[in-house]
Design a protein around this ligand. Structure first.
Ligand code: SIN
Length: 190
């Protein structure tokens, strides 16, 4: 079911007197940068794993045929690689609209490639949001991604672009790369 987190996100952090905020992106925010930023750095966060468990009814699917996009799930020992952006607080007005289907802003500790650490915000769609789809068999996830399409384009492009972006970051995300391989095996592509 479609969600709308815009109001919730507005209440979550106070940006008064703050000139810039770090944002950690791990999904489309890595490769679709449709917002201004002051600085950009590859980064990782610990204890979280990227999973195609969130429904997309607004970007890569429709309310009738939702697609699947990534969220983060807690996993001790896991490390999620992504891209951090230092942005002006006003940028969150646009980002909240873009991520409104179930994502909430949380504070996270990030580690940059030079080993330095910093706190940032990250959009996570938790299991209690109404657009959450949860785990499924990898082949079923790949099939759903292969067929879904929404206003932002085919769901398969989301997966393929994310996989490419992660390769560029030197990441080895087994979940994402397994789905990418399965995508080329799905019947629609045969
Ligand atoms: C993110 O990229 O950090 C959030 C999920 C998405 O928009 O794909």
């Amino acid at each position: 079911m479609i969600a709308n987190t815009i109001e919730d996100n507005r209440q979550r952090q106070c940006f008064e007197g703050v000139s810039s905020v770090w944002l950690f992106g791990y999904g489309s925010l890595i490769y679709k940068v449709d917002f201004p930023f002051l600085e950009q750095r590859a980064a990782s966060i610990e204890g979280w794993a990227r999973r195609f468990w969130q429904g997309s009814h607004d970007h890569r699917g429709t309310p009738q045929a939702p697609g699947r996009v990534v969220t983060l799930v807690e996993q001790p020992g896991a490390r999620c690689r992504g891209m951090a952006y230092r942005v002006a607080p006003e940028v969150f007005t646009h980002l909240d609209e873009r991520e409104k289907n179930g994502y909430l802003r949380f504070t996270t500790a990030m580690q940059f490639d030079d080993g330095t650490r910093c706190d940032g915000l990250v959009y996570i769609a938790t299991a209690d949001n109404s657009a959450f789809l949860g785990p499924a068999d990898d082949l079923d996830i790949a099939r759903q991604i292969d067929t879904a399409e929404g206003p932002s384009g085919p769901n398969r492009d989301y997966l393929l672009q994310l996989a490419d972006a992660l390769r560029s970051l030197g990441d080895d995300d087994h979940h994402v790369f397994t789905l990418e391989t399965l995508l080329s095996w799905t019947p629609a592509d045969a």
